[in-house]
Design a protein around this ligand. Structure first.
Ligand code: PEP
Ligand code: MG
Length: 882
């Protein structure tokens, strides 16, 4: 296959092959925008390298051809002594991973061509600085040297000169720094800094390939659920310089505000700087609008290009650009990242502007974003001790103790403490600290700084550019207006307003939750709520999947109903046996005689009846699937160890252990090594006479009572953990007998859970005895993989995620190939017997966006999830139907 594409050969739809950056550079090139010429090495080449450890055999030849073409286009040669062609070697994967992989700039400079560049640019200082940057980046990235070696050398040069500022180092100083750098390379690696430009390029390409598997890239992918085997493309792009003087500069721009979604251009610009300087947040930028005064021609051209790009991509774009001596160059664009609130506002604005229709708008917002908008916010009345107000870079309300290093953040999080990571600026090595912290606060850098970009991507609260804060990491203090805050002190940051408060500020519900609760009308003037309302309404119109809730109390049921639930998909009745009722259950399980057992059941029945009255009342007119008891026995019996100790202590003291001894004998008799594989679900119902009958009587009589009051109760009875049709036939017979006794006129559907692999495989037989199926994907995952759902996520899953065995826990998001195949089998075989069999899912996966799309494809009728996930499920069910 072709491994190298000229920018003119690609387009924006080739992201998988050319990476996001390469595909969009190609698109801009073909739109006629000013992109510096270059070419892209495919992600296929990277994957081949990662698999075999060597670059593919044909790659060198293909690169030769494209270098020749580039040299022809540019009228100069790589490393040419009098006027060198210089290139950047940049990573660029199909999915954006900001700052996680490597880049080498100024490739093509050596001891000769640096003089050519000095002459050509008329700026020797610039040329030596460029050479210095090349050796530094090359040393760190390609040769694996410690960055401090270089930082220290620059520091020493500045000290010798008696200055703090890099810009005071002149050409001769930088020439000396280059000499020191070259010696350092020799000392640390035993080889010379390569003078041959093509060797520089080849080594840089390999280093970028290899950076796919750097620690931080692996961590980022796990965090963002990005597949481990995509590989990165590599872009070779002719260099343009934003650091040639004050008529040059570099910037980042958005075609709309990425944090609010409001129209109007937005961005940062930095004069006399390279792109890396902006993202690193090292120097403070000026607002993009200031470029109009600085360089009107470039500004006007940029505005026109931004309009072109928005029109072309029909969405918010973000852009990196450079001005080289008054000439504008586009270095990158893509459909830009945005906050959750901006995603909703932009989607509905674009409908209003006639750019996209409602379906497309719905496709552009995600359930995960809606979930973010449902987080609480600070209570404005309680937020009094304002320290400073800076840039709200990633929304949310976070409180925690101040920590100054990422390691401290991780340590504190491991102790269960909430922390705010406070830094002057962050860099990619801070990723683990950002993950561990509740929020991030920086004193430098704008909305496009590393901290801001990464935090937005993770949905982590971030305030940046808090210049009033003097952050002293070494001393562990923040000084602001004469006040000193120390590590460990609690602060609160508001990522929407940019406010920073001393102490912990209480939070209030988000307006989006108030909207779902029905206490805030969509017309009340909150733009975000209006957008959410429009898109969720559209999702409801287009979705085929019903959305029900998992609820065991009237309160949960009522909330879920306000949030839009169309019934209950799972009421776990064993939850109704906890607390003070536990003793009755204990007596029931341990009963020796029929009398003892019946007495225990008689105690429980009125309590159950009251539960069902409440639940059916709250969901009046909507289906309520009540699952008969499914307790792993160990959850209801006293601990065998504790009892054994009690009995032993009593005997030691010469006392009579009495009832404890009887209890212990019974508990020992019933003890199971693997309770989750033991006497639970339908097995328990078939073994303990009268248990299911008691529950069914409670359900039927509750329905009867409500019916008599003119209500419309719609219970459905569900039998858990069925593996064989015979189990269901026997249970069903008993249920039907009781229903006929209590209320012969009422039809109550009787169904089962499909949560054992055997049930899925024999679903055709099981369907004979079932009016509906509900897939219990928690147990189905546990039983299919042989993963104990109570243990494995906290034991070895992190290793499995690291090794890429799965990108996300199969308990969180459905394993389509394994567990999903069993779901499909259950659907097909069940419907083969009963074409109109009603099918749902009530495992945790019912609220997971990816899984919801799968259940839609598999042809289920509804998903059921916890009350707070209902809006997310409605939205995703709508998106799945597009
Ligand atoms: C399931 O197994 O998916 C299920 C919903 O039942 P539970 O979680 O109660 O075992
Ligand atoms: Mg289950």
């Amino acid at each position: 296959p072709k491994l190298v594409y000229d920018f003119a050969e690609g387009n924006k739809d080739m992201k998988q092959l050319l990476g996001g950056k390469g595909a969009n550079l190609a698109e801009m090139t073909n739109l006629g925008l000013p992109v510096p010429p270059g070419f892209t090495i495919t992600a296929d080449a990277c994957r081949a390298y990662l698999e075999s450890g060597t670059v593919p055999a044909d790659l060198a030849d293909e690169i030769d051809k494209h270098v020749a073409l580039l040299q022809e286009k540019m009228g100069k040669k790589l490393g040419q002594a009098d006027d060198p062609l210089l290139v950047s070697v940049r990573s660029g994967a199909a999915v954006s991973m900001p700052g996680m992989m490597e880049t080498v700039l100024n490739v093509g400079l050596n001891d000769d061509s640096v003089n050519g560049l000095a002459h050509q640019s008329g700026n020797p200082r610039f040329a030596w600085d460029a050479y210095r940057r090349l050796i530094q980046m090359f040393g760190k990235t390609v040769l694996g040297m410690d960055g401090d070696v270089f930082e220290d050398a620059i520091e020493a040069a500045k000290q010798a000169k008696g200055t703090q500022n890099d810009l005071d180092l002149d050409a001769d100083d930088l020439k000396a720094v280059v000499e020191t750098f070259k010696q350092a390379v020799h000392e640390h690696t035993g080889r010379e800094f390569p003078q041959d430009p093509r060797t520089q390029m080849d080594l840089a390409i390999e280093a970028v390939f290899g950076s796919w598997n750097s620690d931080r890239a692996i961590l980022y992918r796990r965090q963002e659920r990005i597949a481990a085997d995509l590989g990165t493309a590599v872009n070779i792009c002719s260099m343009v310089f934003g650091n040639l003087g004050m008529d040059s500069g570099t910037g980042v721009a958005f075609t709309r505000d990425p944090s609010t979604g409001h129209p109007g251009v937005y961005g940062d610009y930095l004069q006399n700087a390279q792109g890396e300087d902006v993202v690193a947040g090292i120097r403070n930028t000026v607002p993009l609008a200031d470029l109009e005064q600085i360089d009107k021609t470039s500004y006007d051209e940029l505005m026109a290009i931004m309009a072109t790009l928005e029109g072309h991509y029909r969405d918010l774009c973000d852009i990196e650009f450079t001005v080289e001596r008054g000439k504008l160059w586009m270095l990158q664009t893509r459909v830009g990242k945005r906050t959750a609130a901006a995603a909703f506002r932009i989607a509905t604005s674009l409908i209003d502007e006639g750019v996209i229709d409602a379906d497309e708008a719905l496709g552009r917002v995600k359930g995960a974003q809606l979930a973010q908008l449902m987080f609480p916010r600070f209570d404005a009345d309680a937020a009094t001790d304002l320290i400073t107000k800076a840039i709200g870079a990633s929304p949310g309300a976070a409180s925690g103790k101040i920590v100054f290093t990422s390691d401290a953040a991780v340590e504190a999080a491991e102790r269960g403490e909430k922390v705010i990571l406070v830094r002057r600026e962050t860099n990619p090595d801070d990723l683990h600290g950002m993950i561990a912290a509740q929020g991030v606060l920086t004193s430098r850098g704008g909305k496009t700084s590393h901290a801001a970009v990464v935090a937005r991507g993770m949905g982590k609260t971030c305030v940046c550019g808090a210049e009033e804060l003097d952050v002293n990491v070494a001393q562990g203090t923040i000084t602001v207006h004469g006040t000193v805050l120390e590590a460990g002190e609690v602060i609160s940051i508001d990522g929407t307003t940019g406010e920073v408060f001393r102490g912990e500020v209480p939070v209030v519900p988000s307006p989006v939750v108030q909207y779902f609760e029905g206490t805030l009308a969509p017309e009340a003037g909150d733009e975000l709520v209006a957008s959410v309302h429009r898109l969720i309404t559209h999702a409801d119109e287009v979705r085929r999947l019903g959305v029900r809730t998992n609820a065991d109390t009237g309160e949960d049921a009522a909330r879920a109903r306000r949030f839009g639930a169309q019934g209950i998909g799972l009421c776990r009745t064993e939850h109704m046996f906890l607390g003070e009722r536990r003793e009755s259950v204990e007596r029931l399980i341990l009963a020796d005689t029929d009398e003892e057992r019946d007495a225990a059941l008689a105690e429980l029945e009125p309590l159950q009846r009251a539960d069902f009255l409440e639940l059916l009342g709250a969901m009046d007119g909507l289906p309520v699937t009540i699952r008969l008891i499914d307790p792993p026995l160990h959850e209801f019996l006293p601990s065998m160890e504790e009892l054994a100790v009690k009995v032993a202590v009593a005997r030691e003291r010469g006392e009579d252990p009495g009832r404890d001894a009887t209890l212990l004998a019974a508990v020992q008799r019933l003890h199971e090594q693997n309770p989750m594989l033991g006497l639970r679900g339908v097995r328990l119902g078939l073994v303990i006479p009268g248990l299911f009958a008691m529950q069914v009587r409670a359900i039927a009589s509750a329905a009867k009572e409500l019916g008599a009051k003119g209500k419309d109760p719609r219970p459905e009875i569900m039998i858990p953990l069925v593996g064989a049709a015979q189990e269901l036939h026997i249970a069903r017979d008993e249920v039907e007998r009781v229903l006929a006794e209590v209320d012969p006129g009422r039809v109550i559907p009787i169904g089962t859970m499909i949560e054992l692999p055997r049930a899925a495989v024999t679903a055709d037989q099981i369907a004979e005895a079932a009016d509906f199926f509900s897939f219990g994907t928690n147990d189905l995952t546990q039983m299919t993989w042989g993963f104990s759902r109570d243990d494995v996520e906290s034991s070895f899953f992190s290793k499995y995620l690291e090794k890429g065995i799965f990108a996300v826990s199969p308990f969180e998001s459905i394993d389509r190939e394994g567990v999903g195949a069993l779901v499909r089998t259950g659907v097909d075989r069940g419907r083969a017997t009963k074409p109109d069999l009603k099918l749902g899912v009530c495992g945790e996966h019912g609220g997971d966006p990816d899984s919801i799309h799968f259940f839609h494809e598999a042809g289920l009728d509804y998903v059921s999830c916890s009350p707070f996930r209902i809006p997310v499920a409605r939205l995703e069910a709508g998106r799945a139907a597009l």
